[in-house]
Design a protein around this ligand. Structure first.
Ligand SMILES: [Zn+2]
Length: 103
């Protein structure tokens, strides 16, 4: 096969999503985010005897969680729980103060 026009770098599933806070209070910042598989985790809500499962990402700009629906089934099955995801994605360390060098 020959590539006529190269596509984007294939890095697993990804999708442009808007940070809406859907399913989590709707308080999103409306940032447009390229959400990748590694950004997703499962959340659950319990209502009476039923447990609903959601696929959720956390906006890196404002920290609000948004539930998304159209995630391929085969990806959903591989997603970690929120707790497991959090362990893998520790909040970035605050950058060491740069500049401000005393002369
Ligand atoms: Zn946001």
């Amino acid at each position: 096969m020959k590539i006529i026009t190269p596509g984007r770098k294939q890095n697993g599933w990804s999708k442009e999503c808007i940070c809406t806070g859907f399913g989590n209070g709707d308080g999103g910042c409306r940032a447009v985010l390229l959400v990748e598989q590694a950004d997703l985790y499962k959340t659950y809500s319990h209502c009476r005897d039923e447990t609903d499962e959601y696929t959720t990402f956390k906006c890196s700009a404002c920290g609000v969680e948004t539930d998304i629906k159209d995630v391929p089934y085969n990806i959903k099955g591989t997603l970690p729980s929120k707790e497991a995801w959090k362990k893998r994605h520790k909040p970035p360390a605050t950058p060491a103060p740069s500049g401000g060098r005393i002369i």
